[in-house]
Design a protein around this ligand. Structure first.
Ligand code: PMP
Length: 429
């Protein structure tokens, strides 16, 4: 396996693109080496420009839940393309996708489509402030909610990968209303409320996916919601990653908690740029044109993206792969644990449905601090050996691996062999 063409494109890309990428995690910064350039993908497999084939556990960081280039999605998108790409006026498909989404999330009477998860969350936060008339927002360290100024503190994903506490260019004023709590620790939330009656709500990834996978313990979310309501504050669920992935109705369905405001992205567009935020009527009626909270978008509800979303979600609902995800996830977890044991490598595996990852630590991982006990050098060795043996993983210890319903038994055998070799390599280093 060589990466000559990727290497060449990387060098060329450096001239006019920052780090030759359009999103920092794609730069492979924490695993060393240069990024791969992708040529195409189909089903569960992805192919780079050198012709190397991989079982894809990145899946575009989540959206490709039914695999790449599903024929029903391609058909729907091709059909939409024939009518035009963008009109700046409403189309019937927006209503169809809205119905699918509102039916899936019982706490949502109305939804507004945007173009990314970042936009979904920044609008959801604005809405929480508009509805409560309060200014402050609590976020958990290690959770990532997109790159809006106010939430780029103690964030996961690329910031965790690059060990950045926050971002340059974010003015102090932009984060002065952001408070930080510890995941799975209700007391750390309560502390903020002790001397403060200006807190609009708490934003949470109901299952953490941006510090690696971190699972809410026991009744953490239920207790959090109860507590927030007792204080007149809102629960804002950032289900950009978990929406339609943990269950069709997101992590909220699986965990039995209804958020006040829900933010969506990734799977909702099936690989096309779609985000959304939604809530019950009394909250959504704050949004323009019904109310005084302004939020807009030239390409919002884009007809091609809507066709991608409708066809993906319709197929996903028909397939109902959540049981399969549990089984395959369990298989991969076992593969990781057995190989680690065989080669004497200490790992902890966290898994929630179709999201999982190994942490190279013996510590249980229930929050960001514990995630950071992982040995990222070992992860880097593991990562490259997985690549060389045909498994495409996110190039960071702090990103979740994703499953699609297109995964096959043959793919799992590829993963089994690769994991064995990779753990062996880690043990030798
Ligand atoms: N929220 C969460 C939970 C995410 O995982 C992400 C992206 N990984 C975002 C928000 C931001 O979404 P986007 O990259 O589409 O702006």
């Amino acid at each position: 396996m060589d990466f000559k063409k990727s290497q060449k494109l990387y060098n060329k890309g450096l001239e006019n693109l920052v780090g030759a990428v359009n999103s920092p995690v794609r730069a492979f910064a924490s695993v060393g080496g240069n990024p791969l350039f992708i040529k195409k993908a189909k089903g569960s497999r992805i192919v780079d420009v050198d012709g190397n084939k991989y079982v894809d556990l990145v899946l575009s960081y989540g959206p490709m839940i039914i695999g790449h280039r599903h024929k029903k999605v391609q058909r729907a998108v091709n059909k939409a393309l024939k009518n035009g790409y963008s009109f700046g006026a409403s189309t019937e498909n927006e209503i169809k996708l809205a119905k699918i989404v509102c039916n899936a999330f019982p706490g949502m009477d109305k939804v507004r489509f945007v173009n990314s998860g970042t936009e979904a969350v920044l609008s959801g936060i604005r809405l929480a402030r508009a509805f409560t008339g309060k200014n402050k927002i609590i976020k958990f360290s290690g959770c990532y909610h997109g790159h809006q100024d106010a939430l780029l503190v103690a964030a996961g994903s690329g910031l965790a990968t690059l060990s950045l506490p926050g971002s340059k260019g974010v003015p102090e004023g932009a984060v002065k209303n952001t408070l930080i709590a510890t995941y799975n620790d209700l007391e750390s939330v309560k502390k903020h409320f002790e001397n403060d009656d200006d807190i609009a709500g708490v934003i949470i990834e109901p299952v953490g996916g941006n510090m690696g996978v971190v699972i809410p313990q026991n009744d953490f979310l239920k207790e959090l919601k109860e507590y927030l309501h007792s204080k007149g504050a809102l629960l804002i669920a950032d289900e950009v990653m978990t929406g339609f992935r943990s269950k069709f109705g997101g992590a909220q369905e699986l965990l039995g908690v209804e958020a006040d405001i829900t933010c969506l992205g990734k799977v909702i567009g099936g690989g096309f740029p779609v985000g959304a935020y939604g809530a019950r009527n009394e909250i959504m009626e704050m949004v323009a044109p019904l109310g005084g909270m302004y939020q807009a978008g030239t390409l919002s509800g884009n007809p091609i993206a809507m066709a991608g979303g409708i066809s993906t979600l319709t197929e996903l609902k028909n397939q109902n792969p959540y049981e399969q995800f549990n089984e395959v996830g369990q298989q991969i977890e076992t593969i990781l644990l057995e190989a680690a044991k065989k080669h004497g490598v200490e790992i902890t595996v966290n898994r929630f449905g179709s999201m999982l990852n190994p942490f190279f630590t013996s510590t249980q991982v229930t929050n960001f601090e514990e995630a950071q006990t992982s040995d990222t050098k070992k992860f880097a060795v593991f990562f490259w050996e997985m690549i060389k043996n045909g498994v495409f993983l996110p190039p960071s210890q702090f990103e979740a691996w994703f499953l699609s319903s297109a995964i096959t038994e043959e793919d799992i055998e590829v993963i089994r062999k690769a994991v064995d070799k990779a753990m062996n390599k880690v043990a030798q280093n």
